[in-house]
Design a protein around this ligand. Structure first.
Ligand SMILES: [Zn+2]
Length: 279
């Protein structure tokens, strides 16, 4: 190590970067100027930025790991407590493990993301009334010609893996009807039904597709010539808490990103919950 940073300084900058866009260059040059004014001159060109950024990154990684470790301890203790309650009162467990038996209430993940929308005392699940919105931004890009960073997944990542997005991309490409067949069959003649594993009526998805076509039929918002990751699409609850994000790799919004997000949402909701609104 060639630089020692006081933990309180790292805490201060971490807190700052939650409120403004992270800017290591500005912080480092501010610190350099601040120290220089007090007679502490750092030699060399750009002496602080890279080393300070590394210190901050690894400190934050350590914080995340510690937080995740504590969460796991609490989860284990909670499951034990629930099991004890179950044995004592001989009632079914309130939160079955995901993927094993159908959920009786929103998943642990959703309840942690927004307790107001998905948490609270579990009543009858059909009274769950949650709103989610989806939008995309094209500010976060990755240069196609720059190497990708090594995979360092945050323990509480909200990103859906690219492999999952690809499945929906392939599915949409496979089932999307050609323009001619669309013209032949009017929408009203079609039977409304659920599409694939999504518990959202077909008519809603068709309206969704139309809105994408109307908004972005040919418009490109980011060039795939220069970027392999062109933006982010996110699903948020009505309190602006991010539920999930996907990395976009196309020049504009595409329907399969929405499907990926919607499917993920329903996988975390009780099976009797259905979506019924414009997307
Ligand atoms: Zn919420």
């Amino acid at each position: 190590p060639s630089l020692a940073v006081e933990l309180q300084v790292l805490n201060l900058v971490t807190s700052l970067f939650l409120r403004i866009s992270p800017n290591h260059t500005a912080v480092s040059s501010t610190l350099e100027a601040f120290l220089e004014d007090r007679g502490y001159v750092m030699k060399g060109e750009d002496p602080l930025r890279r080393r300070f950024s590394n210190a901050l990154q690894w400190y934050n990684t350590l914080q995340d790991r510690a937080s995740h470790f504590i969460d796991e301890l609490i989860d284990v203790a909670r499951e034990e407590r629930l099991r004890e309650d179950q044995e004592e009162h001989e009632v079914p467990m309130e939160t079955p493990a995901e993927g094993s038996t159908p959920l009786l209430r929103p998943s642990e993940y959703l309840r942690a993301r927004c307790p107001i929308c998905f948490g609270g005392k579990s009543g009858p699940s059909n009274q769950l009334n949650a709103f989610a919105c989806i939008d995309a931004v094209f500010m976060q890009k990755n240069n196609k010609h720059a190497s990708r960073d090594p995979l360092r997944e945050h323990p509480k990542t909200v990103f859906i893996p690219e492999s999952e997005v690809k499945l929906w991309e392939d599915y949409v490409a496979e089932v999307r009807p050609s323009q001619e067949s669309k013209d032949e069959h009017s929408r009203s003649a079609r039977n409304d039904h659920y599409e694939g594993s999504l518990r959202v009526p077909n008519s809603v998805l068709d309206a969704c597709e139309d809105s994408f076509t109307a908004a972005d039929g040919t418009r490109q918002k980011a060039s795939t010539q220069f970027f392999d990751s062109t933006g982010l699409m996110g699903m948020l609850c009505r309190h602006d808490r991010v539920l999930w994000l996907v990395n976009m790799t196309s020049p504009g919004e595409r329907q399969h990103y929405v499907f990926t997000l919607v499917e993920r949402l329903f996988n975390h909701l009780p099976s009797m919950v259905h979506g019924w609104d414009s997307l």
